[in-house]
Design a protein around this ligand. Sequence first.
Ligand code: NAI
Length: 396
Amino acid sequence: MAQAVINPRIRGFVCLTSHPAGCAANVARQIAVAKASGPGRGLGNVLVIGASAGYGLASLITTVFGHGAKALAVAYERPGQGEKAASAGWYNIAAVQRAAGGAVKAINGDAFSDALKQQVVEALKAGFGKIDAVVYSLASPKRKDPASDTVWSSVLKPIGAPYASKTIDLDSDTIKPVSIAQATDAEIAATIQVMGGDDWKRWIDALLAADLLAPGCRTVAYSYIGPQLTHAIYRAGTIGRAKDHLEATAALLSASIRARCGASAGAWVSVNKALVTQASSAIPVVPLYISLLYKIMKEKQCHEGTIEQMVRLWRDHLAPGKTPAVDEVGRIRVDDWEMRPDVQAAVAALWEQVDSGNLLAVSDYASFKREFRQLFGFEIDGVDYTVPVETEAAWA
Ligand code: NAI
């Protein structure tokens, strides 16, 4: 056990430290939202893969505190060691477990590996029984092929032609031109391997083989579409190809889950709103788009954070007894408010105007920066950052 004063160390879209008290405060705020919005019961056992940050963390909190689930949380995080702080996700899971009083177990390791899948199967058999919902919310730059030593790396590149636009330089807080060369075929294929549906299918196959999916079991993975402004780099780019694959996988998985678990069971992709997370901050152009989007959605009073999005997803679509409402290709759309024509028209108008001189005035970049730091437990009201804190925290 060791105590230290922890300060933020930020490099572009990465923060190298995180604060346990701030992370606990973030988690407490999300728990309060989930408790206030949910019935507090209805769900049995839930497995959340990628449960320590962003949409996975909000899914864990919504299912446990909003719908009474018992959960197994899987994530890949770094524990604290001596005076060195743990990763934010480590502190997030520790805080969820303290609040859940035994209802949340956690396993740390590489979710892409066969060994980790087997460890989860054993943990479910020993302490849970059959699962009622599986959330798949991984965001990773790399995936090691379980069948060989190949490591695939995803890239965020356009396809077919180079892309030029503007983006925020997160170190200098200025708007700069950005140009990105088009992806090679090998880069497209690797990105699909990392962020497509292959690993989601491997999880569901492993759980079906172990007879661990309950009647009516539902699984969900998260996707994004976004506006014309980010189209070339996102939905029509390498990451979009991976999302196409993820969405196609849902149909495949639905068939095999329904054959075993009945007609109300199935696999869905939910298209979520663009939000500040560790994953989204790394995508070129997206931080600028998010800063403009937040400004407009707050003005129009339709802004949501990760927890509000997940509360809506589970309340309206995935809770037992609900029939998910889907678009023409079978996807749940909680990005509906982001994609409203009036919201998108206002964002597009600001996009034309924004430059380094007016960035803070015409966009909500101040909130983007603050929320980014808050992901790591910094700049949270009520936390005294001058006081030494315990860096180590146990997972159960
Ligand atoms: P995030 O970076 O906040 O969280 C990623 C999670 O994956 C963490 O819990 C991390 O521990 C876990 N993880 C990463 N590699 C792992 C591994 N090898 N083994 C086990 N766990 C691992 O990401 P975010 O933004 O919440 O993304 C989750 C999903 O939501 C992604 O599919 C993303 O594309 C999607 N999404 C995100 C949007 C956004 O604006 N952030 C919008 C719409 C969809």
